[in-house]
Design a protein around this ligand. Structure first.
Ligand code: TYM
Length: 342
């Protein structure tokens, strides 16, 4: 059976981009047709300046939202990355396989590092090595597929390269994974700045639809989305990125096609109104379920406890194999255990 792994980083409140680019497919498709693991990747939230209490809060919220989005622990494994030591264990081995040049070529690193330098801040070393930890997340489970939005494609490509290199040097150990981006809404753009991704860690609130935004806030944000000065509704991501973004969002929310939807609309206003309504309808059940789950934190904790146990049992044999393959001495068994064997 195909093995799927994906994750979400608790660096901010989850957005419509996270939902349409990744989470919705996890719930609607991946967990039904594969052996799937979905993870709140909290170690990744420590790569930039962070407030410990906020990371804890956002981790719990992300886990609750995954379940609210329909990820079902009876069908898949839901857990928090730091509860399973194998991620960090494997990450170090992969650091011994990856190169410094590879890390510095990562687009997200270059962008985030440039922003941080502009602010005069210092960079955490973990921001540079982050993609290696992400590769460890994926390879520890021998995942075949990684359902992610477009922005993660380069990171999954690195995971592939590291798997191939490790296997060639030290013997076959890892499955070589591949990214599976969605057909529509693979990169939902910021409504106020259609040249940038709608990202949860960004500060520009008016351009970002959060999963827990009230319907009025969603409508306001979509109705005020930046468009160009043209009048005709055309699907032209290069020439008219703002309108193309709205068409993609509407298509994703209604299971439609952005090009054919373009021909239905004669004005930007009508397109914005229908897009706002569609987003509100898509978010409504997620928000209702989120309210229910917030009233039952013990249930969410139980899911995460069981999930971590299952995940550990899946990852440990692969990571142990990698430790042996790369040349590390197996731990010496307790004398009592030796006697029992002989
Ligand atoms: P993160 O937390 O930024 O995003 C979680 C998922 O949401 C997708 N996504 C988007 N898709 C479309 N449009 C957008 N505007 C948008 N914003 C986010 C992301 O592509 C992702 O699929 N490095 C990862 C987390 C991670 C991971 C992993 C993912 C760590 N280890 C192993 C997969 C496998 C990240 O920062 O995602």
């Amino acid at each position: 059976m195909t093995r799927v792994f994906s994750g979400v980083k608790p660096t901010g409140h989850l957005t419509l981009g996270n939902y349409l680019g990744a989470m919705r497919r996890w719930a609607e498709v991946d967990q039904h047709r594969s052996e799937a693991l979905f993870c709140v990747v909290d170690l990744h939230a420590l790569t930039v300046a962070h407030d410990p209490a906020r990371v804890r809060r956002l981790s719990r919220q992300a886990a609750t939202l995954l379940l609210a989005a329909g990820v079902d622990p009876r069908l898949c494994t839901v857990f928090v990355q730091s509860h399973v030591d194998e991620h960090a264990r494997l990450s170090y081995l992969l650091e011994c396989v990856a190169t410094d040049g590879e890390m510095r070529r990562m687009i997200q690193y270059k962008e985030k590092a440039a922003r941080e330098r502009e602010r005069g801040g210092s960079l955490r070393l973990s921001l540079l090595t982050y993609p290696v930890l992400m590769a460890a997340d994926i390879l520890a489970y021998n995942a075949d597929e990684v359902p992610v939005g477009d922005d993660q494609a380069q990171h999954v490509e690195l995971a592939r390269d590291l798997a191939v290199r490790f296997n060639q040097r030290y013997g076959h150990t890892f499955v070589v994974p591949r990214a599976t981006p969605p057909q529509v809404a693979a990169r939902v753009m910021n409504l106020q700045d259609p040249a940038s991704k709608m990202g949860k860690s960004d500060d520009s609130g008016p351009g970002i639809v959060y999963l827990l935004d009230e319907p009025d806030a969603v409508r306001r944000k979509v109705m005020r989305a930046v468009t160009d000065s043209g009048r005709e509704v055309e699907y032209d991501p290069e020439g008219r990125p703002g309108i193309a973004n709205l068409l993609e969002i509407l298509a994703a929310c209604t299971n439609g096609n952005p090009e054919s939807l373009a021909s239905v609309y004669e004005s930007y206003g009508a397109l914005k109104k229908d897009t706002a309504d569609a987003v509100v309808e898509v978010l409504r059940p997620v928000q209702a379920r989120h309210r229910e789950l917030c009233a039952d934190p013990a249930y969410v904790e139980g899911v995460l406890r069981d999930g971590a146990e299952k995940a550990r049992a899946m990852a440990r044999p692969t990571v142990d194999t990698a430790y042996r393959a790369i040349g590390l001495l197996p731990p010496v068994p307790e004398p009592a255990a030796l006697n029992a064997v002989s």
